[in-house]
Design a protein around this ligand. Structure first.
Ligand code: NDP
Length: 344
């Protein structure tokens, strides 16, 4: 058995507000070989996702926080180096909760085999992975778009939002994206085929959004919260649905914002317009995963569901890339190439 060194990024301190590079630390340990039922893998692609900000905080949430000095959590596609699990062979590619490190050892039962012949293996972290499933479940199981309805989604060039708008189009709805730059908006319309896309940093954002939704909004797929939600609220139609997927503009907040109490406005809108506002986590739809994956894969193969990946080279680049994700610096699904594979 080798005595390879495993470079790992651990949580050094809990961020207050925006994470800083000093909240992370690179350490080295010895690679641990697999025990019975376990598999040892070399990390190829590490997924960076907004939920990781929540795990860095001690605040109570739906999942336990990462402890100080523990390896940062994250989904990884790796190549199997050694396996004590029947059904997983050396050389297979697998998806698992590998974390921010160059090697990981996990129970084989927790891993999903990734077929490199079907789609590039990195897509198991994006359009054919957790973000794609999130878009599929949130839009189709909660939003339930009907032909001709207007679907609005922010972070529209990102992993979840890009799929939401395209799945809306597949379901014959009108898709309006919201994104953080003219370049992102152009991509969302020209490459992804949304009907329109509005820049939320533009001073006339509210007016532009209203013009882009002449028949109001039937589904607002909530990814960001904050000023975007406030611009959407008056445009919602009766019986509009709001799958609440994420509120990334608030993840670095340390306190409630100053200003008027918006509770009456929001609740009165919910009452008068008979809104459905439903939060969800992708895990809530685990039973739908096979169906979703089948549809998503088919759409990707048919060219109806496009995806864009933003690759960062080397594990050491992960902290800065993650800090940038919370400010909109990524363009598409953010993936760290931890080590290249010569097989794919
Ligand atoms: P993205 O790939 O979309 O990257 C995040 C994007 O969020 C940025 O590129 C930026 O886009 C946008 N953003 C960041 N800060 C702000 C801000 N202050 N105001 C408006 N937009 C902002 O990430 P994902 O697709 O992975 O995630 C999108 C959302 O979905 C997140 O809220 C995430 O937490 C949530 N999510 C929820 C899941 C669930 O189970 N409920 C599962 C997966 C994701 P831009 O420059 O265009 O503004």
């Amino acid at each position: 058995m080798m005595t390879e060194i495993n470079r790992q990024i651990v949580l050094a301190s809990r961020p207050v507000g925006e994470p800083k590079s000093t909240d992370f630390e690179m350490i080295e340990s010895v690679v641990r070989g697999p025990s019975a039922g376990e598999v040892l893998c070399r990390s190829i692609y590490l997924s960076l996702d907004p939920y990781m900000r929540g795990r860095m905080s001690a605040a109570k949430s739906y999942a336990k926080p990462i402890e100080i000095n523990d390896v940062m959590e994250g989904g990884v596609v790796g190549e199997v180096l050694s396996s004590n699990f029947p059904g997983i062979q050396v050389g297979d590619f697998v998806l698992g909760a590998g974390g921010w490190q160059e090697y990981f050892t996990l129970p084989g039962a927790s891993l999903r085999i990734v077929d490199p012949g079907r789609s590039p293996i990195s897509t198991a972290l994006g359009v054919l992975g957790m973000p794609g499933l999130t878009a599929y479940a949130g839009l189709l199981k909660i939003g339930k778009p009907e032909s001709g309805e207007t679907v609005v989604v922010a972070a529209a060039s990102g992993a979840v939002g890009s799929a939401v708008g395209q799945i809306a189009k597949i379901n014959e709805a009108r898709a309006v994206g919201i994104a953080g730059s003219p370049e992102k908006c152009r991509f969302v319309v020209d490459e992804l085929g949304f009907d329109d896309c509005i820049n939320h940093r533009d001073p006339d954002f509210k007016e532009h959004l209203q013009n882009a939704c002449p028949d109001g909004i039937d589904i607002y797929f909530e990814n960001v919260g904050g000023p975007v939600f406030r611009a959407v609220l008056p445009l919602l139609n009766q019986f509009a649905r709001i799958p609440v997927c994420g509120v990334i503009s608030h993840y670095n907040d340390t306190a409630l914002p100053e200003g008027p109490d918006l509770t009456p406005l929001i609740l009165r809108s919910a009452l008068v317009k008979r809104l459905t506002i439903r939060g969800f986590l992708v895990f809530d739809f685990v039973d739908e995963e096979p169906e979703a994956l089948e549809h998503l894969t088919q759409w990707v193969l048919d060219g109806r569901l496009k995806y864009h990946e933003d690759f960062v080279s080397g594990l050491e680049g992960a902290p800065e890339a993650f800090i940038g994700l919370l400010k909109g610096k990524n363009f598409g699904k953010l993936v760290v190439e931890v080590s290249p594979s010569d097989k794919v």
